[in-house]
Design a binder for this molecule. Structure first.
Ligand SMILES: [Zn+2]
Length: 203
């Protein structure tokens, strides 16, 4: 499936034309600007591979219609999504999980199919792998996706933006976060952080 730029909603980016498997809604946050009323939305990523249609971090949105309309533009509906992947248990990343009636939900504790839960497998397809990336939160998972341009890591709040923040005031284990970040930068070519667009890892 070819990546086609989306321009209907201004927050969608269309910078990576050779990108085959992913599209994303660029997140934002003002959590790092104290004094103002905070607004936050995570970067929401759509990944398509084999039979899987995955939404990573359906987030919080000013309106759930944004997600509905976005999928519609791709010829998709909420019913088509069969996996929701949650990068970690902070509500700005998972509030909209219940929007997808046919989706299994993958999170740190396991894979949920309605009220049934089973253990999580780390290899989703040949090209999609789940790794644990603790530090910001002990429930942090990263989805590694192999594409034509290299390995893309969808890492939740391991990075909020490009190599940012240096000090994560919400990290429950700063030392682990340091190690996680170092490892992630080594194994990835691109990173999709939690509250900004994708960036290329400088090697
Ligand atoms: Zn978080």
């Amino acid at each position: 499936m070819q990546y086609v730029g989306l321009d209907v909603h201004k927050k969608f980016t269309a910078r990576f034309h050779r990108w085959q498997k992913l599209k994303f809604f660029e997140g934002y946050t003002s959590a790092d600007k104290p004094g103002k009323k905070e607004t936050t939305c995570p970067t929401i990523t759509l990944v398509r591979d084999k039979n899987f249609l995955i939404v990573v971090d359906p987030g919080v949105l000013e309106s759930q219609n944004i997600l509905v309309d976005t999928l519609k533009r791709e010829g998709l509906s909420l019913e088509d999504i069969n996996i929701v992947f949650i990068t970690h248990s902070h509500i700005d990343h998972y509030r909209n999980t219940g929007m997808f009636p046919n989706a299994k939900v993958i999170e740190y504790y396991g894979v949920w199919d309605k009220n049934e839960v089973e253990d999580r497998q780390n290899q989703l397809t040949e090209d999609i792998k789940i790794i644990e990336t603790p530090g910001h939160n002990y429930t942090s998972l990263t989805l590694l996706v192999k594409t034509d341009i290299g390995i893309i890591a969808i890492c939740g709040d391991v990075f909020w933006k490009e190599n940012y923040p240096e000090i994560d005031k919400y990290a429950d284990d700063p030392e682990k976060l340091k190690k996680t970040r170092k490892n992630l930068l080594e194994i990835s070519d691109y990173i999709i952080p939690s509250h900004a667009g994708m960036f290329k890892v400088k090697k």
